[in-house]
Each structure stands twice: as structure tokens, then as C-alpha cells.
Write a protein that binds this ligand. Structure first.
Ligand code: NAD
Ligand code: DAU
Length: 329
């Protein structure tokens, strides 16, 4: 099998490519990645994969690569909500035009296409309810990021129904683990503490996220590629709902800080209250099950990864924090 992984130098893409090389060394992997601030070629440098630096919205590049592939998994996207509030344009370019460009080439060469999407397309849930997102929950995105991901999902549906593109979509909850960019909640707090800064909690900290260890997400995608039904949407989650305040308390405790050793900072505009995934249909159809269901153990492993990989994040830290500071002025 020849596999094209777009966005393979980002957080989840890197974990997916590394998992595939480890567990399926027979598969020929090409990565197409623009290497934005969120992509890092060093993540893949020790692997026998072919890295093409390029844009998924660049039709000639995409056409050339799709003509030589059997399967394409699309991780490439602008992925950070806060950035989308600051400047939505790159989100429209990569998430919407980029997905359109990939779909046109998948259609031309009849490539099996999997689109990696997010639970944020469904908007948010009340803090007090026990409701969860299901595959047929209504799309009601809250941010420019989630609006462009919702648009990309709609494009996939349209191309599947009208042009018979052999596509599937997965909508996953919040991932954590190694190689996540330090702009994101868990790595930001861990690297704040490791670099002598204080942790930053948005608003009340009562917002809830449904955490999944990144390798569980990657394994689910591989199951979908092998056994998924074309045209289907698969929800992926590990049923680990925790408020940001609770996650931060765990990080502070693990890193030997006092429970109140953080700053409460301005809330994110439009901040989604709660996400929760009902993955029962995915589990029933594919037999996939999350393996890393002990959040505390996964968090400790993640903290240790950032402790032992300072070279991976240190050079960028000051600029990332300066950027956050500028936005909050
Ligand atoms: P990330 O920001 O860490 O990585 C994105 C990668 O895509 C980077 O390597 C970047 O260089 C690349 N990229 C961006 N625009 C590109 C373009 N136009 N052409 C080629 N490459 C481009 O993101 P992530 O957290 O790894 O997320 C990967 C995918 O999974 C995204 O589609 C995101 O919406 C989705 N997702 C993420 C999560 C999460 O918790 N991180 C959860 C559910 C779904
Ligand atoms: O649900 C899936 C989504 O999860 C993915 O689609 C996105 O790509 C991914 O970035 C993530 O989105 P969130 O907005 O939930 O993740 P983020 O890490 O930005 O924030 C997690 C929560 O923590 C959120 O409620 C905001 C809060 N937060 C975030 C930062 C960066 C803080 O309290 N302090 C912070 O410094």
C-alpha cells in the first residue's frame, strides 16, 4: 500500500506516521506538509518516509502525489482556536481550500480518502447535562477554526455522494501526548512550569474537554482505513471528561507546585463549554477500543516527554508566550 499522509509533521500526524512505521513497516509512506509553525521536519527525520514540503491547496503538487498513492489521510489543517480568532484567513485556506484540493485529486485518481476532523464541529454542550455528541448531532460550530473544519466535513460529504469519492470522516475529541505544539493547553502549562513561568487558566476553568491519548486516536484511524464504511462518520473519544481546572491541578501536583500556583487570565471569546463524545457506534462497528484509559498515567508520560525533550520546544517558548501576551493586551 502507498499511503499519503498530509500534515504528517504536526502533532497527531507525527504520532500516526511513527506508529505506522513501527507497526506496519511494509507500507510506503509519503508525507505532504507545509511545515507551518506547527510542523517540524525533525519529528520524522529518523524514519524511512518521504517528506514533501508543500501545501495541500497547491493543486499541481497534490495532483502529482495523488497520482502515485492508494490511500490518503488528511491531518493537514490550521488547528488552534485562539489563532483562528486572531486571523481566520489561513484557516479558510488550509482547512477549506486545502480539503477541496485534496478531494478533487482523490476523485481524479480514485484514491481512498480519510478526513481527520474534530468534535468541535458540533459546537458545545451545557456544563450540567450528561449529553454527548453522536454522529448525527447537529453541526453548530462556534469559532472560525471549527467553522472551517465543519465546512471541510461538508465538502467530504458532497464529494462522496456526488462523485463517489471513497471517503470517511472521523471527529475526535481533545488529544494529548508527545509532539503537541506548546500553544495548546497541556503542553503550554507543562512548559510554562518547566521554564519558570506560571500556568494560565482561561476564565473560570470550568470548561470541560474529553481527553484521548493521541495513539488511541491514531489506532482508530488505522481501523477506519482498513474496515470503515465509505460515506460514514466515526466519532472517536475515550470518555475522559475533565474540567480545565482539574487537569491543571493534576499538572501542578505532578510538577511539585502548589494548587494555586497559576494565573487566571481573560477567557477565550465564545469559549465552548463542554465536549463529550459518544464513541459507541465506532466501537460496535470496528471493534476499536481506547487502550490508554488511565488519564493520570498518560499525563505523567506526557509531562515526562516535555521534561526530556527540552530541545524540541525551548527555542520557541518565549515567542509563543509573547504572542499570547500581545493578544491579551
Ligand atoms: P497541528 O497543528 O499540530 O498539525 C497540523 C499540521 O498540518 C502541521 O504539520 C502543519 O505544518 C500542517 N499544515 C497546515 N496547513 C497545511 C497546508 N495548507 N498544507 C500542508 N500542510 C499543512 O494539528 P494536530 O493537532 O496534529 O491536528 C491534526 C488534525 O486533527 C487537524 O485536522 C485537526 O483539526 C484534527 N484534530 C485535532 C485534535 C487535537 O486535539 N489536536 C482533535 C481532533 C481533530
Ligand atoms: O476537541 C478537539 C479540539 O481540541 C481540536 O479540534 C483542536 O485542534 C485542538 O486544539 C483542541 O481544541 P481546544 O480549543 O479544546 O484546545 P486548547 O488546547 O486550545 O484548549 C483546551 C482548553 O483549555 C480550552 O477550554 C481552553 C483552555 N485553555 C487553553 C490554553 C491554551 C486554558 O485554560 N489556558 C490556556 O493557556
Amino acid at each position: 500500500m502507498r499511503l499519503l499522509v498530509t500534515g504528517g509533521a504536526g502533532f497527531i500526524g507525527t504520532n500516526f506516521v511513527r506508529m505506522m512505521v513501527r507497526e506496519h513497516p511494509d507500507i510506503e509512506i509519503t508525507v505532504l506538509d507545509k511545515l507551518t509553525y506547527a510542523g517540524n521536519a525533525d519529528n520524522l527525520a529518523d524514519l524511512p518516509v518521504h517528506l514533501v514540503v508543500g501545501d495541500i491547496a497547491d493543486a499541481p503538487v497534490v495532483d502529482r502525489l495523488m497520482s502515485k498513492t492508494d490511500v490518503c489521510v488528511n491531518f493537514a489543517a490550521e488547528s488552534h482556536v485562539d489563532n483562528s480568532l486572531n486571523d481566520p484567513e489561513p484557516f479558510l485556506h488550509s482547512n477549506v481550500i486545502g480539503t477541496y484540493t485534496l478531494l478533487e485529486a482523490a476523485r481524479k485518481y480514485d484514491v481512498r480518502f480519510h478526513h481527520v476532523s474534530t468534535d468541535e464541529v458540533y459546537g458545545d454542550l451545557p456544563l450540567t447535562s450528561t449529553e454527548k455528541f453522536k454522529p448525527d448531532s447537529r453541526y453548530q460550530p462556534s469559532s472560525p477554526y471549527s467553522a472551517t473544519k465543519a465546512a471541510s466535513d461538508m465538502l467530504v460529504h458532497g464529494w462522496t455522494r456526488s462523485f463517489n469519492v471513497r471517503a470517511t470522516i472521523s471527529n475526535c475529541s481533545n488529544n494529548y501526548g508527545p509532539y503537541q505544539h506548546i500553544e495548546k493547553f497541556i503542553p503550554r502549562q507543562v512548559t510554562n512550569l518547566l521554564s519558570g513561568r506560571r500556568a494560565k487558566l482561561y476564565g473560570s476553568g470550568e470548561n470541560v474537554r474529553d481527553w484521548i491519548y493521541v495513539l488511541d486516536h491514531c489506532h482508530a484511524i488505522w481501523e477506519i482505513l482498513q474496515h470503515g464504511t465509505v460515506g460514514e462518520t466515526y466519532l472517536i473519544g475515550a470518555d475522559q471528561q475533565l474540567s480545565n481546572r482539574v487537569v491543571l491541578a493534576k499538572i501542578l501536583s505532578r510538577m511539585g507546585q502548589a494548587p494555586d500556583d497559576f494565573d487566571s487570565v481573560a477567557d477565550r471569546p465564545g469559549h465552548d463549554r463542554r465536549y463529550a463524545i459518544d464513541a459507541s457506534q465506532t466501537i460496535a462497528e470496528l471493534g476499536w477500543q481506547p487502550q490508554y484509559t488511565d488519564f493520570d498515567a498518560g499525563l505523567i508520560a506526557t509531562v515526562m516527554w516535555y521534561q526530556t525533550h527540552r530541545d524540541w520546544w525551548q527555542a520557541e517558548k518565549a515567542a509563543v508566550e509573547a504572542n499570547y501576551h500581545k493578544r491579551n493586551q
